[in-house]
Design a binder for this molecule. Structure first.
Ligand code: AMP
Ligand code: MG
Length: 364
């Protein structure tokens, strides 16, 4: 795409939202706050506008986008009649929308193929953020929006994170401060012939979905989501993702039994530490000292173990630890793997994929 001369910073005000809506209607790109992370939005029904998202993010086109709508009525234009008749949509939407849940179901012909990465399905959700909802309504179109970061990088939970990655590459960003949930939406596919499938853990817990879907055929967990595995059963589920610039190593002292890194400090000249809580951070600091690796920064995901606070803080803290390592040589982030229950499943998933990106050198 042609580089934008500069990216407009818009306030989360009526005037800012009106300007953003004008840009979206004109085929441009606007980074918008949602309750999960900042999204990079474009008119989902305009293939040229959608193509600009992939260009700005340098996102491979095999990774489909989530379409954001403001109300359930908007689904009528996005899904097939058969998909709309699935009782699981009403059950999930009644309980969890607006909210951090993306439903993947058969797409109507109006959805450009690029949004779906050529799949017959589309991912849709109603975000729980007043600014995102106001923008979708003002634009008058569904908004396709992946996270507003370069492909493979840390997701943005603040407007500053968006600009650090995309300034000059997008038309505007609406600044509404830090996002509330902090990890992306949970993605669940509704296959017509069988149980629902959890494609990506996120802001809605698997436990919540299990109880809602129990009377409706249940839910299975995609192989890539299961602890420690890395195959790619669906587009977009790249094993290596959400990566800081510095390599990230996992210390496995949490209660979970995924394969431990042999020695997370091996080969590092400096480290930045991310603990599950204050006590865990103290343990990591003692380990760093034993390994004789200087610590340039140390942060707990929350003071006492709190998955909600930890999810909200995760990407911001990773951005900060990454920045702290920018001025040293051969530095790495050492993080304790989060216990994988409730929201912790999404946190552990993001940490694991960030670590996989470091191992493979696959982050882009
Ligand atoms: P992002 O918006 O960057 O957080 O990523 C959107 C993610 O949603 C993709 O990477 C997929 O994991 C998932 N997704 C969106 N649409 C579909 C679809 N039609 N089929 C499967 N997964 C999807
Ligand atoms: Mg993303």
């Amino acid at each position: 795409m042609s580089a934008q001369p500069s990216t407009e910073r818009l306030a989360a005000s009526d005037a800012g939202i009106a300007r953003a809506a004008e840009i979206v209607r004109g085929g441009g790109l606007v980074a918008m706050p949602t309750e999960t992370v900042y999204g990079l939005g474009a008119n989902a029904l305009d293939p040229i506008a959608v193509a600009k998202i992939f260009a700005a993010k340098e996102r491979p086109t095999f990774d489909p986008l989530i379409v954001h709508v403001a109300d359930r009525a908007a689904l009528n234009d996005l899904l097939t009649t058969e998909a709309l008749a699935d009782p699981r949509i009403a059950a999930l939407a009644d309980a969890l929308w607006p909210g951090p849940l993306t439903i993947v179901a058969a797409a109507s012909a109006s959805i450009p193929s690029l949004v779906r990465s050529g799949l017959p399905t589309v991912g849709v959700r109603i975000p729980d953020h007043p600014v995102a909802l106001a923008l979708i309504r003002a634009a008058g179109v569904p908004i396709a929006a992946p996270s507003a970061n370069r492909f493979g990088r840390l997701s943005p939970t603040r407007a500053e994170h968006v600009l650090a990655d995309l300034d000059g590459r997008i038309d505007a960003v609406i600044d509404a401060g830090a996002t509330r949930v902090g990890v992306e939406s949970t993605v669940v596919a509704l296959d017509p012939g069988g149980p629902a499938t959890l494609l990506r853990p996120g802001g809605v817990s698997l436990e919540q979905l299990q109880s809602l879907l129990a009377p409706l055929g249940g839910i299975q967990v995609a192989a890539a989501v299961q602890a420690g595995s890395t195959p790619l059963p669906a587009p977009g589920m790249t094993a290596a993702h959400y990566a800081p610039r510095a390599p990230i190593r996992l210390s496995n002292h949490s209660t979970e039994s995924a394969a431990p890194t042999d020695d997370p400090f091996a080969g590092l000249d400096h480290c930045a530490l991310l603990g599950i809580d204050r006590a865990d951070l103290d343990r990591l600091e003692a380990e760093a000292k034993r390994a004789n690796v200087p610590v340039v920064a140390a942060l707990p995901l929350s003071e006492v173990r709190d998955p909600v606070a930890a999810a909200a803080a995760l990407f911001d803290l990773l951005h900060r630890l990454d920045a702290a390592l920018a001025s040293v040589t051969n530095g790495g982030i050492v993080a304790t793997l989060y216990p994988a229950s409730g929201l912790g499943l999404a946190i552990a998933d993001r940490l694991r994929r960030a670590a996989a990106a470091s191992t493979n050198g696959a982050a882009q």
